[in-house]
Design a protein around this ligand. Structure first.
Ligand code: ATR
Length: 349
């Protein structure tokens, strides 16, 4: 899954486009301190023998914004931990998870293309992973004296004995949080047009249905995938009326258009929406899971059509914040993470 949570980082494009849904981030940016400064400058002590590690695995991975978001957060929490990024191919994912377990890493994030594969590779699945059918976070846990599994990151020392890899999904909740925070939407009862039925689209569709959207229109290039997803939703979430295809093109028809396709990442991409079938003028709000570029052609058109808009950066923030909470047992320093992402991706000061 290529993931709408992590995209190619193209600084030249980032500089051109300021995000529309970003003012809250700009306002709270870390006055006078750039979190994209050298990671070691953030920490009180340099890396030492006691330093602990977490990491993101993906392929490609060099674009990932996760280290830039997590390291300032770890420093803020006063933890002698570092967050790394490793390029791991799908056929090496099992070995890479085993290596992390053997070396007592605290946890992992998984991105493109590992989120489905990992379902089979971890020792235990949290309900979030089974509900949404994908793993984007692994927490390594040790069996403590009391016979409970405890995250390694919450133990001073790693006890001898069994360590297990437990898989979580923090992406699905991040969608709801981003829609709430960036567009002020609560989903129950809404009419939604969802573009895309790939990995990200599937999780979004299931989560929207679980939140009680009244009507869900699914549009995908490969219609059979949209139909299969519609079938799954009808079986699991009967309160949501699900339709494959565009809604009627009449005013006020749709509360939210959500782009979960990869169209918009490249400047040459076509619009993910067929405007001859549905006009953005008939939608209230548009959310694009892409955050790089910050202003996709879809969001630009939506703004011109008078819609409220937001890009996908909030999703990256919220999935990371939840992962950090799972590993540390502490509340994530959201403002620090937000500011760090703004610096890293959009060059905000
Ligand atoms: P991810 O896991 O990141 O969602 P994915 O599973 O490959 O990645 O899904 C990509 C989504 O973008 C799919 O909805 C895909 O449509 P198909 O299911 O028909 O492949 C959509 N997409 C990608 N390229 C597209 C294109 N050129 N035109 C239309 N849709 C496209």
């Amino acid at each position: 899954m290529r993931g709408r949570f992590e995209y190619a980082f193209i600084p030249s494009i980032a500089k051109q486009y300021r995000p529309r849904a970003w003012p809250v981030f700009l306002l709270s940016a870390g006055r006078g301190r750039s979190y994209s400064a050298g990671v070691d400058d953030l920490f009180k002590n340099p890396i030492g023998a006691a330093t602990r590690f977490c990491a993101v695995y993906g392929q490609p991975i060099r674009h990932s914004g996760s280290p830039a978001m997590h390291n300032p957060a770890l420093a803020k929490l006063g933890l002698d931990w570092r967050y790394l990024a490793f390029e791991v191919s799908p056929d090496a994912l099992g070995q890479a998870i085993e290596g992390a377990r053997a070396m007592h890493l605290v946890g992992l994030n998984l991105t493109v293309p590992h989120k489905l594969l990992a379902l089979e590779l971890v020792d235990a699945l949290d309900e979030s992973a089974t509900t949404w059918g994908a793993v984007n976070t692994i927490c390594f846990e040790a069996k403590t004296d009391s016979d409970n599994w405890t995250p390694l990151g919450q133990l001073a020392d790693t006890p001898a004995g069994e360590i297990r890899a437990k898989g979580y999904n923090t992406d699905a909740n991040a969608i709801t949080l981003a829609l709430q925070q960036d567009l002020g939407l609560s989903l129950a009862g809404l009419r939604v047009l969802l573009l895309g039925a790939g990995g990200a689209g599937r999780v979004a569709a299931l989560k929207l249905a679980a939140e009680g959207v009244a009507k869900l229109h699914l549009v995908n290039r490969t219609v059979a995938k949209a139909e299969q997803l519609a079938h799954e939703i009808a079986e699991r979430f009967s309160q949501t009326k699900v339709v494959v295809g565009y809604p009627k093109n009449i005013p006020g028809q749709i509360d939210l258009v959500l782009n979960a396709t990869s169209l918009g990442l490249k400047p040459t991409d076509a619009l993910p929406l067929d405007e001859s079938q549905f006009s953005l003028a008939n939608a209230q709000a548009v959310f694009d899971m892409i955050y790089q570029p910050a202003l996709t052609p879809l969001l630009a058109k939506a703004t011109d059509a008078g819609c409220r808009t937001a890009n996908g950066l909030g999703m990256l923030l919220w999935q990371g914040a939840k992962a950090l909470e799972i590993w540390t047992g502490q509340a994530a320093p959201i403002d620090v993470m937000r500011s760090a992402l703004g610096s890293h991706i959009y060059g905000d000061e």
